[in-house]
Design a protein around this ligand. Sequence first.
Ligand code: BG6
Length: 508
Amino acid sequence: MENPKSQILVIFGASGDLTMRKLIPALFSLKQQKLLPVNFAILGVGRTALTDETFRIKMKESIKAYSEEKVTDEKLLEEFATFLFYRSMDNSVADEFPGLKQRLDEIDSQLMTSGNYIFYLATPPSMYAVIAGNLSRAGLTLQSEGFRRLIIEKPFGYDLESGKELNRKLHDLMLEEQIYRIDHYLGKETVQNVLVTRFANGIFEPLWNRNYIHRVEITSAESIGVEERGGYYDSSGALRDMVQNHLLQMVGMTAMEPPSSLEPDSIRNEILKVFQSFQPIRESDVARNVIRGQYTGSTIRGICVPGYRHEKGVAPDSRTETFVAMKFYINNWRWGGVPFYIRTGKRLPTRVTEIVIHFKRTPHHLFQRETGATASNQLIIRIQPDEGILLKFDMKEPGAGFNVKNVNMDFHYSDLANIRVPSAYERLLYDALLGDSTLFSRDDEVETAWKFIAPIQSAWANDTNLKVYGYPAGTWGPSVSNDIFDGCGLSWRYPCKNLSDDGLYCEL
Ligand code: BG6
């Protein structure tokens, strides 16, 4: 593993939650793995009045509180803290930025970071264009003295128009290759493993098409509600928050053609082609193919949980969806006619994300099956938790005759002793420091994804007859979400917390 070039990472929104819970612990973990640049500094920027010293104390506390593994090496923690700095300023005031530039110059000459700066905007999205504009005016986006990169978090806009507008504003200030848009699902080890499973093995790819696959199902379920984020979530909803980005990226990884190389654009071009091949959903088809739901109050394992409309920051008559299930097609030679079913929701029975490939049944049914007639081969790629892969297939039940039973063959990442699965932020920060943009969303991918969901947004906004189905918190969403399978006895797979315990004992 190579060390990134010398540089300074500037984090805007340095006293916020994201910095404390995710970014700084991930950076410390990179430090533990010796993956940070040799000459490196982190400059936190925020409105809160902190000194370098108080910022260091706060960040050391966050590392201890939020690191995935207990931090025992105090010496390393102290060493890490010595290259943390802080500047208190208002990001919206352009006049503050020459001062920021001066501070960067000072740290640069002190730590010999080669004039390379990378800016992470851990701020509300409304500040992205403002901060980028201020950086540009202060000459901080020009790459004449070193590289300049900008990292932003989703949401990248609110709809197609605002997504395009944000891209336009950023492109006025810098090159697309300087922009790193984080979709943290792409940073997940198991999402990247979809590529390896498909393209490192000769046995799956020949079957990975319309001739052998009946349907593809992707679930990303969360057991938590909106927690403290009601204000943000109520103006977003599950379609924007999860579908437009995380779920579609997983569809992209599952459906893409083999890339010609591992170059960033080679992979992203293939994902883009999948997005461009989505069969547009007409507004008039939204009612039939897209189901939205909202959780209502319920008692989960003896604990009373409030309905969405009673959450802090949520309007009491809100129609924002906390659940989406949808069906669509990809119009290309590989996938023509194969339905893709995706669903996501909050306050579902368990936290699980998985991709299920349902293979077609044999053309002739010779044997009597133990269970109903619909079971067939499934390959389940478990993104989280109990990360791994499960193949379900039929075997002969011992004894007289030819009774057939569906059995499991599984691999769990946890079986790889001594190998820790790094967090998504660790991987993405490391890649951004290296300048590898493979796992970041490109402008055209983001816009094409918005374009695909635009008719759904529009139908929901314009047609007040389109229902928002209530579902009790702790259930698998509105029962009508099974209707998108068009009958035939099909329904969503029932995932358990443990990948391979399905059918035996389902822990939630
Ligand atoms: C975020 C969404 O992008 O992803 C959250 O804004 C959601 O609403 C989260 O909870 C889920 O991420 P993960 O990694 O916990 O599946």
